[in-house]
Design a protein around this ligand. Structure first.
Ligand SMILES: [Zn+2]
Ligand SMILES: [Zn+2]
Length: 154
């Protein structure tokens, strides 16, 4: 698969070795249904798949993969970092909206975000080369659960 070939090349150019562990951890991200994984999640998934990799190695590896640009490092005010597979094109970064109740993370289409960034650039006169926008609130599921408080009308 292309991504592993790219990782191998990138590691070699930075004088790192392509280890089985590095490839497996990248594979966890590529194959996971959940997209935004903390190091603990990665570790848990490795255990489920019966891989023997120490927790310290998992932490070091996700950090290295994010430094090399294969993973995007995310922080949602939970006191942990999460990671996701990095986009090929940095101009089309999606952003995130996080439920304060259940912790669900949804992605915001990059078109919406680009529109906002363009507006901010024209209003401020800045050339924007980086942005990191997060939205917090209550997801639709939690809204219906919160509103389904039993009433006395039977
Ligand atoms: Zn929720
Ligand atoms: Zn995402």
């Amino acid at each position: 698969m292309f991504i592993y070939e790219a990782l191998r090349k990138e590691l070699r150019s930075k004088k790192y070795r392509m280890t089985a562990q590095r490839e497996i951890i990248l594979k966890i991200f590529a194959e996971s249904d959940e997209k935004h994984l903390g190091a603990e999640d990665v570790y848990r998934k490795l255990i489920e798949k019966r891989y023997r990799i120490s927790k310290a190695t998992v932490y070091r590896t996700v950090e290295l993969l994010s430094k090399l640009g294969f993973l995007r490092k995310l922080e949602f005010g939970e006191g942990i970092y999460r990671y996701e597979l990095a986009a090929q094109n940095k101009d089309t970064l999606h952003q995130h909206i996080i439920c304060k109740n259940c912790g669900n993370i949804a992605e915001i289409d990059e078109k919406l975000v680009n529109e906002l960034v363009k507006n901010v650039a024209s209003k401020t006169g800045y050339i924007i080369d980086y942005h990191d926008i997060k939205f917090y609130g209550l997801c639709p599921k939690c809204q219906t659960e919160n509103s389904s408080i039993p009433t006395n009308n039977t």
